[in-house]
Design a protein around this ligand. Sequence first.
Ligand SMILES: Cc1ncc(C[n+]2csc(CCOP(=O)(O)OP(=O)(O)O)c2C)c(N)n1
Ligand SMILES: [Mg+2]
Length: 589
Amino acid sequence: MSQIVSEALITRLAEWGVDTVFGIPGDGINGIMEGLRRHADRVRFVLVHHEEAAAFMATAYAKATGRLGVCLATSGPGGIHLLNGLYDAKLDHAPVLAITGMQETSVLGTGYQQEVHLDRLFEDVAEYNQMVVNPSQLPSLVDIAVRTACARRAVAHLTVPNDIQVAEAGTNPWPSVAPAHPPVTSSVYLAPRPVPPDDELRKAADVLNRGQRIAILAGIGARDASAVMERVADALAAPIIKTLSGKMVVPDNSPYVTGGIGLLGTAPTADLIDDIDTLLMLGTNFPYTKHLPEPGKVAVVQIDLDATRVGTRLPTDVPLVGDVAGTLDALLPMLTPRQDKAHLKKYQEKMRDWREKMAALEAPDRDPIAPQYLAHMVSEACSDDAVLTCDSGTIATWAARHWEIRGRREFYLSGNLATMAPGLPYAIGIQHAYPGRQVVAFIGDGGFAMLMAEFHTAVWHGLPIKVVINNNSSLGQILWEQMVLGYPEHGVRFGRPVADYAAWAKAAGGYGVRVEKAADLPGALREAFATDGPALVDVAVDPNEPPMPGRVTYEQAKKFATAFLHGQPHKAAIATTLFKDRIQQLKDH
Ligand SMILES: Cc1ncc(C[n+]2csc(CCOP(=O)(O)OP(=O)(O)O)c2C)c(N)n1
Ligand SMILES: [Mg+2]
């Protein structure tokens, strides 16, 4: 039996090392599904419930493994559903290939059923974006698409019309008129690991050696550089600040770490940013420039693999384009180790205070359950090599501050798109990549409700993910954002009756439990985490617990008060929470 084009597509992906494709079939990709069926021994198809989730799974797979993630959707609506997940990949630089179907070539342009020109729709999201119109374009277009996705750490998109999918592989139905021949290509890609030349390193070393009060700002681009980064921090007596996406790059209990930056960051980081004269930026494109030092106030050395990112956020004195670990290895011997560690010690003291303050907020005796306590207990329940996935929302603040990076733990969320709902599909994608590892989704009730059907996906694929819902019955993050603008909350609390997510977990064939009392939480988590299959713990937390910035500004407090004056509902409960924290803080001093 001769091969169809879809087989050429799938077997070439297998040659690239692709073993998993997440997606949903449809009449626009029946040929591709046949290709997958014929080669199921090499590439497994993971059926899911929503294409958006398939794209999130491919993105998480790519983020966690560093290898290509692949998702598949039918023509028209299926492809449209992929978009949000693909933008997540684009903005967080995850290499992802999206494959979609297209109407038969004979009807294109006739307004045929489901005729959506996905190649045009994906123009903005995809770095490489092609419709296959001739069988002889494969496998070359697969090679170019995959290589582009890997090299640019971006989204590539191939859309294949129905008739081409089932045409005989390698044939060309048309007479060739130009002196052209399809190129014969290879399924090869080698990641560059550049290290800047000595004279550039020397310039960076000079700036760093001159610095009196230095900080390191590390992003996810520094994830393989953790050991050498700590040695550099030691030599320069420089505390390390971590972006949220870069939370996993250095353990939270490292003596150098001052935790996160920005609204969900720590007070010591905010103080440090005000204090420094020199900033060493490593593998980060942290976008909230308001939380960085005033432009021109500090000397900046920035190391990034991507030349387009160096100098993007702050005026940069010494740009270094290179692999972060390799560049730091080469830079370290040029640095003069400090004898005076006072600057570092000052922030180690501040971090001791901050950790005590966070521990006080994790108090188990609060009722309703404090989200900080929940995040802390999840951290306690997780193994030292657990992977935590998280959603956008207040949930990200709780995870940033109260879920500890230690051992080989990893942490993933939608960093730059900051979309709701990736946590659950991320966990599924990562559990596929690492079957033996503990993978926990710590997510909001709003985010969970968006893609909750994927819990069922986890059950029938036998993926033992654990899902913990920080259930405040609201779009908590937005509630607090509205108040910080001085506006009373509006349209952010979910109505009654409260949905029973534990019942849904059970109905989907998994384990589910609802927790409403703090005393029940440790046992419930222990039992759920000990379950062989997928388990869900739905925890009712205090909806009136604000994710306070590390350092509250006068302006923020004033706006909060304005919202109160203008009719903020639940004033009493919110005031009690704020007041309780204040008392706790006073007690600490
Ligand atoms: C797809 C999408 N819609 C809306 C938003 C705006 N948004 C950001 S966080 C948030 C609330 C999320 O609610 P939930 O998942 O319950 O988390 P919580 O903030 O309550 O912890 C919203 C609506 C978004 N980021 N993404
Ligand atoms: Mg919520």
